[in-house]
Design a protein around this ligand. Structure first.
Ligand SMILES: Nc1ncnc2c1ncn2[C@@H]1O[C@H](COP(=O)(O)OP(=O)(O)O)[C@@H](O)[C@H]1O
Ligand SMILES: [Mg+2]
Length: 264
């Protein structure tokens, strides 16, 4: 069957993950189509990071399948993501501390490098042209996120907000079809969250996005579709308006905050 623009990029079907006796994800279903931002929310411990790790190839589900453009992904690992054209940013950012910002972004562009190690040794001229092209591309990505001025600094010298922009530049430099974001708003100021929201909305023209996020205002503002997890189960799935009006969602969050108040 020929694929169309409406076919999902990524489909999660009946995914269950157990850690010993604990069911971290139970029969989870969701899909992400091109040009849509899907939000994944839920109280602490709901299973959001576990699902992110399943998609990243860090955790293998006990049951169910993850499909990428209609084909099942089996045994994929994080280093396969670039070739699949899936990019992600992690909560810990994972920038290389001893590498200048520009080089960190070039690492993200690696998929586009046409020359391997062999031709690097035999064809230095070609390697240098390739290298120049990647540097230009990485610089453009830094410009897009307003952090080009830091190209030659080490990431650790930058404020957190700027480091997060560098991580986004690195994720986007290789032109992914799907972007996975794990809590990109954590630690950002209100103004930075607003700017992040604008960026995420602009990504929609180029790719699908999965946004795992605690920041409810951001999720409600930028997502086309929201999936709510609680104790590993999808308890609601719909548009921001549908999610806002869903009593099960309110109850899950109130229950979670009541638990959080137990220490009082
Ligand atoms: N590697 C692991 N081993 C055992 N339990 C885990 C592991 N990762 C997560 N869990 C448990 O699975 C549940 C879901 O966790 P997680 O996916 O991190 O939730 P969230 O990201 O929504 O806060 C929690 O009860 C957590 O303690
Ligand atoms: Mg988490």
């Amino acid at each position: 069957m020929p694929s169309t623009a409406l076919d999902p990029l990524l489909a999660v079907d009946g995914v269950t993950v157990r850690f010993g006796g604990l069911v971290a994800l139970s029969d989870v279903r969701l899909s992400i189509s091109p040009g849509t931002v899907v939000g994944l929310i839920g109280p602490n411990g709901a299973g959001k990071t576990t699902l992110f790790n399943v998609l990243s190839g860090i955790v293998s589900p006990n049951e169910g399948t993850v499909s990428w453009k209609g084909s099942p992904l089996r045994g994929h690992r994080p280093h396969h993501l670039a070739n699949l054209r899936i990019a992600r940013t992690l909560q810990g950012l994972n920038l290389f501390a001893n590498m200048p910002v520009l080089d960190n972004v070039i690492v993200g562009a690696d998929r586009l490098s046409k020359v391997g190690m062999a031709s690097m040794l035999t064809g230095l001229g070609r390697f240098q042209r390739d290298e120049r092209r990647l540097r230009q591309r990485a610089m453009k990505a830094l410009e897009e996120f307003g952090v080009a001025e830091f190209a030659h600094a080490l990431p650790g010298m930058l404020p957190l907000g700027a480091q997060k922009r560098v991580a986004l530049a690195r994720a986007l430099v290789a032109d992914p079809e799907l972007l996975l974001l794990d809590e990109p708003a954590s630690g950002l100021s209100a103004e930075e969250v607003r700017e992040l929201g604008e960026h995420i909305r602009s990504f929609r023209e180029r790719m699908g996005v999965l946004l795992v996020e605690h920041h409810m205002d951001l999720v409600m503002e930028v997502c086309d579709h929201i999936v709510v997890l609680n104790f590993g189960e999808v308890i609601a799935s719909g548009t921001p308006d549908e999610i806002r009006a869903d009593p099960a969602v309110t109850e899950a969050y109130l229950g979670a905050s009541a638990e959080g108040d137990n220490g009082e």
